[in-house]
Design a protein around this ligand. Structure first.
Ligand code: B16
Ligand code: MG
Length: 217
């Protein structure tokens, strides 16, 4: 049987943390006196914390010295972490566990490829850490998605070529990163935003074992 590398994004793919990122960023925007909408939040998916703040400040037309930015970055992360305190396996998105278990059963390699610097504690809290043969997160890379660095490093750690790697992603930047890296991109979400993905599923409950079997062939 063939062995492929299956690389999972974290936020929006394994867990629905996008809602917590949204609440924490909204608090910053509220305190600065401008509106931050769910639509605005789409721009931040898969984007690093530092870049996310820059995008938000551009939206609110706010110019600020670096020391203010540093303070807001700390504030946002503290607030975000406060939402994660009680996190457990109930926050794993529907259909994820059956796919992870099937990949294990088929002796496939599994990696995490996330922009988040909070990835490890989230995997621990949700009881999914042991599924991953390699973890690459925001602490390990210097180039943000759509740069493919995060996924290329994950494939390298798994000793797998990019063309034998499959990436599950909910963000436009992440799908682009997988494509640029020469990997098979699987979008998890809406066709309207993820049309660049090679394959698309609304969520993991729509993905059956045959789809995985065909990727492994
Ligand atoms: P943190 P992913 C990304 O995670 C999120 O989609 C994005 O909204 C967030 O800003 C980024 O992680 C950084 O997260 O502040 O926890 O370091 O989707 O690449 O798993
Ligand atoms: Mg994501």
């Amino acid at each position: 049987m063939n062995t492929k590398a299956f690389i999972f994004d974290l936020d929006g793919v394994i867990v629905d943390t996008a809602k917590y990122h949204f609440l924490a960023w909204k608090k910053i925007a509220d305190s600065l006196g401008f509106e931050f909408t769910h639509q605005n939040n789409e721009l931040l998916k898969g984007v690093s914390r530092v870049r996310s703040l820059d995008i938000i400040l551009e939206l609110g037309k706010v110019k600020a010295p670096q020391e203010d930015k540093n303070r807001w970055l700390i504030q946002k992360n503290e607030d975000y972490l406060s939402y994660l305190v009680d996190m457990d396996e109930s926050e794993i998105l529907p259909g994820v566990m059956p796919i992870l278990n099937y990949l294990k059963e088929k002796k496939q390699l599994i990696a995490l490829g996330s922009a988040s610097k909070n990835a490890r504690p989230i995997l621990e809290k949700t009881g999914t850490l042991s599924y991953f043969d390699a973890i690459v997160d925001g602490n390990d890379v210097s180039n943000a998605k759509p740069d493919p660095e995060v996924f290329l490093l994950a494939a390298k750690l798994l000793n797998t070529k990019p063309e034998d790697s499959i990436v599950f992603e909910d963000s436009v930047a992440g799908v682009q990163a997988a494509n640029i890296g020469g990997m098979t991109s699987v979008g998890i979400g809406e066709a309207a935003t993820l049309h660049e993905a090679k394959y698309l599923f609304k969520d993991f409950t729509q993905m059956d074992k045959t789809f995985i079997d065909n990727l492994i062939k």
